[in-house]
Structures are given as C-alpha cells and as structure tokens.
Design a protein around this ligand. Structure first.
Ligand SMILES: Nc1[nH]c(=O)nc2c1ncn2[C@H]1C[C@H](O)[C@@H](COP(=O)(O)OP(=O)(O)OP(=O)(O)O)O1
Length: 313
C-alpha cells in the first residue's frame, strides 16, 4: 500500500536520538551548535566506528545531559534525506524513562528543561517531530523517511508502522453527491464537516449495491448512476485494523430520478477551502476532480501524520 523509497547508491550516516520521559514530562535541551542549532530536541549524535548504536545512544545522553540510561527502547528508525545530498542520515530513535544521575548542561546543549509533554515547544523543534512523536509516546515501532529541501522545509514524508502488515482490513463505503460545483450535505452534519459517515459493506454485498444502499439511506436518493472515484485507506496508529473506504460520487445534475427532501443543503465547493476538510484540505478538491485516485492517511486522534495520494493512471 505504501511504498518506502530505496536509497541505492546513497551512503549512510548513523545517528541516535533519545527522548527522556518522567511521568507526563519530557526532557529537552536547546542545541547550541551543529545540526539542529537553535532547536529544542532530545539527546543524541553520531555513532562512532566500532560502537553499537545502543552504546552510542547511551554515550550521547551522558555527554549531552549528564544522565545515565538504565534502560531504553528503540521505537523508530528515520531516514533523513536532504535534496542534493547522496548521504542518508539514519536516525535511531529511543524512548527512555529509566535513568539515574543529575542533569548537567553541556556546551552543546543548554538550557536543559523538563516540559509537560502537551506543552512541548513544537515551534522550535524539528518539523518532523510532530509526525512521529505520537508513536514514541504510544511505543509503536515505526520506520520513516523525511525529505528536506533545507532544515525548515520538508517536501516529502513516509511513515510505516511495523505492525501495519498484520492489521485486518475493513471495507466501508461513502457516497458524495454533487451537482455542478456544489456538494450536498445533510443539515444535521456539523458545520465543519462535509461528509456523511461511512457505512460498512455487508458480507456478500457488492460495492455498487452498498453505494446504492448508502444513497437511499443517507440522502433518500434512488439512482443507478454511481461512479467509483477513490479508495482511501485510513490507519489509526493504535487500532488493529485499517479502514478501506470506497468513495463514490453521484453527479445528480445528470440524474433524472433523484429527488431531495428539505433536510439537505447545497454548498459551493469553492467556499469550503478555508474550513476543515476530511481528513485534510486536499481531499475534497481531489475527489471533485472526478479522476480516480487512491489515498492513504495515517492518523493519530485528529492529526494526519502521513498522507499519500496516487492517481491510477
Ligand atoms: N530532522 C531531525 N529531527 C529530529 O528530531 N532530530 C534530528 C533531525 N536531524 C538530526 N536530528 C538529531 C539527531 C542527532 O541526535 C542530532 C544530530 O547529530 P549530530 O551528530 O549532527 O550532532 P552532534 O554534533 O551532537 O554529534 P556528535 O558530534 O556526535 O555529538 O540531531
């Protein structure tokens, strides 16, 4: 479903990054030189020749903040790529909540402070942090690739959870009704949303029948003309299943037998852009291009951690 890039002909440099936790707090240091200067981050650095990655992680924690790691757990491996460089920085990301000793600020990292996790200084941290941090907190192993144009501009990202392959699939259906440049919405649906909820496809039911059943159920429309546009895979990081949603669009400007009750309103698509669209701003506009596509979203609560769009041509 998700393709992970291969980096043939790239060299690799190994880095570590350890995030230290105590109850609902995280220890962060302000980096004063080198890579990530001016950013709050966990502790880590380059793996030396003849050193294991685990040993490097422990050494860097000691050098940068004075603490001795008692135990830690590797949660993620991230390939950082910079446009124009043929070297991948392979970051090994550790979770640690068992340590001893006193915090000692270093030339490289000062100040060092405990932050409430929910108050992490996201604006002065690496941009990628927010995309993989939920997996660290929930200890969900992952592999990721982030492609940077420069330190502040990320142009591509891929995150793959190691347990994704074992997740079960559930097929759901959703039908969007459009007319010219308008989308039909039930009056009961919240201001910020434009889609009715998905319906699960019943055992033995064809997708098309499920779409027709959906239309009758949600819009009271009977028509033969449903067109399948998108297959969207939604993965919530901590759920054991992936929702595969088959999106159909019905253009009722062409339909003769569609009748509507007063429970519905039309919304101009061009006015929807500024609002929260499902699950990101690009989604509905892509759907309305009426060209088939596949999409994948990795989600934690309401945050999209990774999104991919592929058209089927
Ligand atoms: N995009 C990114 N997101 C992130 O969260 N951490 C990153 C990052 N890119 C680099 N880092 C971390 C990994 C590592 O802990 C540190 C950079 O390692 P460096 O080797 O450049 O730093 P140091 O100068 O500390 O190395 P040493 O000289 O070995 O101590 O910054």
């Amino acid at each position: 479903m998700l393709e992970y890039p291969t980096f043939k002909s790239y060299s690799r440099k190994l880095l570590t990054l350890t995030l230290i936790f105590k109850n609902d707090e995280i220890l962060l240091g302000m980096k004063n030189r080198g890579m990530g200067k001016g950013k709050w981050n966990g502790f880590g650095g380059k793996v030396e020749p003849n050193e294991t990655i685990d040993d490097a992680a422990k050494r860097e924690v000691k050098e940068e903040c004075g603490l001795d790691v008692i135990s830690m757990e590797k949660i993620g491996i991230i390939d950082f790529e910079y446009v124009g460089s043929k070297e991948i920085l392979e970051g090994h990301i550790y979770f640690c909540d068992l340590f001893e000793g006193d915090i000692i600020e270093s030339d490289e990292m000062a100040p060092i402070k405990w932050f409430k996790i929910k108050d992490s200084p996201c604006d002065t941290m690496w941009i990628d942090h927010k995309y993989w941090f939920p997996m660290i907190l929930k200890k969900i192993p992952f592999k990721a690739h982030f492609k940077y144009l420069n330190d502040d501009t990320m142009i591509d990202s891929t995150i793959i959870l190691s347990n994704t392959v074992n997740k079960t699939r559930e097929t759901w259906v959703n039908v969007v009704v459009k007319k010219d440049n308008q989308i039909l919405k039930h009056k009961n649906i919240d201001e910020s949303e434009y889609l009715n909820k998905h319906e699960q496809v019943m055992t033995g039911e064809s997708l098309e029948n499920a779409a027709l059943r959906y239309l009758k159920m949600h819009y009271e429309i009977t028509t033969e003309e449903v067109q399948k546009i998108a297959v969207v895979n939604i993965e919530l990081i901590d759920k054991p299943y992936i929702q595969e949603i088959q999106f159909f669009v019905v253009d009722i400007s062409k339909s003769t037998n569609a009748t509507l009750t007063n429970d519905y309103q039309w919304f101009d698509i061009s006015n929807l852009q500024a609002k929260k669209l499902w699950p990101d701003d690009k989604f509905l506009s892509t759907l309305f291009m009426m060209k088939p596509f596949n999409a994948y979203f990795l989600i934690d609560n309401d945050n999209v951690l990774c999104s991919k769009y592929n058209n089927n041509e």
